[in-house]
Design a binder for this molecule. Sequence first.
Ligand code: HEM
Length: 273
Amino acid sequence: MTHAPMAPTLEFEGTTPYEDYVRAEVLTNLQKPLSDDPGEMVFLVTTQVMELWFTVVVHEWETAARALREDELPVALAALKRSTYELAALNSSWEPLGHLTPAQFNSYRAALGEASGFQSATYRRLEFLLGEKSPAMLVPYRGAPRVHAELEKALHAPGLYDEALAWLARRGHAIPAAVLDRDLTTRYAGDPAVEDVWHRVYAGDENAEECRLGEALTEVAELVWRWRNDHLVATRRAMGAKVGSGGSAGVAWLEKRAGKHVFPELWTARSRV
Ligand code: HEM
């Protein structure tokens, strides 16, 4: 005799447990397009989806930074690994916006006014964690005290790479004091002695923990570079060389940023191995 498979529960006292957990009703009521153009919806939702991914990635990198500080390498590596899968998902969310024609983008562009992804506070936290620090980046949030305070804390906190270098120093690698005690509110610029350390790591045992950390960070750096470059190309397709809604030169400004790699010595040391 065959039994019918059990059917899902249909009766609940109040809202469904799914709703209580996911808050889908809140989430799916946050889409308020500013124009009548039917193409604006996917622009808004893609931006919101990316904000959610930024939030998850910030969470992973804060976990990884804390774990490195506490000499818990496996915890750090697991968080970095998760973040690479999430970054891959984030990057594939460019698909719906990667093929806009200038006329399609123009259909709702004016409605966006001065709004620009440049003003994303969570993206800025993500960049701070990568060592792309600058006090000037706090200025847009002067009118939003909670966001400002959170970003200010992140500005003064060590980033992912700062924690990785401190971890290497504790393991006996010759990271200079000037790097370990650097002004954390400025952009990490690279140091020849740090390149020497990565060179020795990469010339040695590839199964060593140092090398595994180096590769995990390289993976992150590559995926960040890909996000920036996919954004650049999507922008070039949608608006050519026009100025950005956030007031920058647009593509020319983005090109400069997309040309750089984070964790610089992990890239330069490779030429010497
Ligand atoms: C085709 C659609 C898009 C175009 C044409 C575009 C255009 C631009 C431009 C011109 C800038 C430079 C700042 C400015 O003057 O506004 C910029 C920055 C930025 N955009 Fe977009 N964008 C698009 C989609 C997105 C999406 C979906 C996101 C996701 C949140 C996003 C996030 C950002 C971020 C984070 C920055 C600052 C980058 C940095 O600080 O290096 N953009 N965008």
